[in-house]
Design a protein around this ligand. Structure first.
Ligand code: TYD
Length: 213
């Protein structure tokens, strides 16, 4: 089973995915926790470039192919072998992030991006995608507070420095994707207290696992 988490900056994906891994491992599941970009050694190198604040000159087209290169390697080196071994794969961001950020955010045709992404991912689709949804203003405020706390302003802030309008388009893009595929997506209101968000995410995954059993 392949589960992905999506959402804008500051939606709380990190907390939710860590909690899900804990709960699933506690119930005896063999979980592989991974992320994009950066889920394999090549991806780590690409991630460092993609998130570096100093790389202001990366062309939008180059950015797209760097994310797709990360995915192409990650799918083949990490995700597919884990799924073939019967493991449950939990991935922090995947194809929907490319469609939302490089497509809706940057104003590129999502259908064109979908076909490129399909090539990069070898057509591998998640069984379940949890979309943590909240207003872009709230997410950005949370992400900035976290960056300051962790002193990451220099290295992790390239997207967080984008204008609010960009993040509003990304959020709307994610919601559009969720409406297109309601059977794959579950939208969680991430503006609520963390405990409620975690409980809902756990319940949604447990429900999907029981349907598959
Ligand atoms: P992530 O580490 O999840 O950042 P955060 O914890 O701040 O949400 O993701 C890194 C950034 O990469 C994030 O700003 C979204 C962006 N991204 C894309 O633009 N396209 C993609 O295909 C992926 C996977 C991520």
């Amino acid at each position: 089973m392949f589960i992905t988490l999506e959402g804008i900056e500051g939606a709380g994906k990190g907390s939710v995915i860590a909690d899900l891994a804990l709960a699933l491992r506690g119930s005896g599941q063999d979980v592989l926790l991974t992320r994009e970009p950066g889920g394999c050694p090549l991806g780590e190198a690409l991630r460092a470039q993609l998130l570096d604040m100093r790389n202001t000159g990366i062309a939008a087209e180059a950015e797209l192919f760097l994310y797709l290169a990360d995915r192409a390697q990650h799918v083949r080196e990490i995700i597919v072998p884990a799924l073939q071994a019967g493991r449950l794969v939990l991935c922090d961001r995947y194809s929907d992030s490319t469609l939302a950020y490089q497509g809706y955010g940057r104003g590129r045709d999502p259908d064109f991006l979908r076909s490129l992404d399909n090539f990069a991912s070898g057509g591998l689709k998640p069984d379940l995608t949890l979309l943590l949804d909240l207003p872009a203003e709230t997410g950005l405020a949370r992400a900035r507070a976290r960056n300051e706390l962790e002193n990451k302003v220099e290295s992790e802030g390239r997207f967080e420095a984008e204008a609010l309008a960009f993040h509003c388009r990304v959020r709307e893009g994610f919601l559009t994707l969720a409406r297109r595929e309601p059977e794959r997506f579950a939208v969680i209101d991430a503006g609520r207290p963390l405990a409620e968000v975690l409980a809902e995410a756990r319940a949604l995954v447990a429900q999907r696992l029981s349907q598959r059993a």
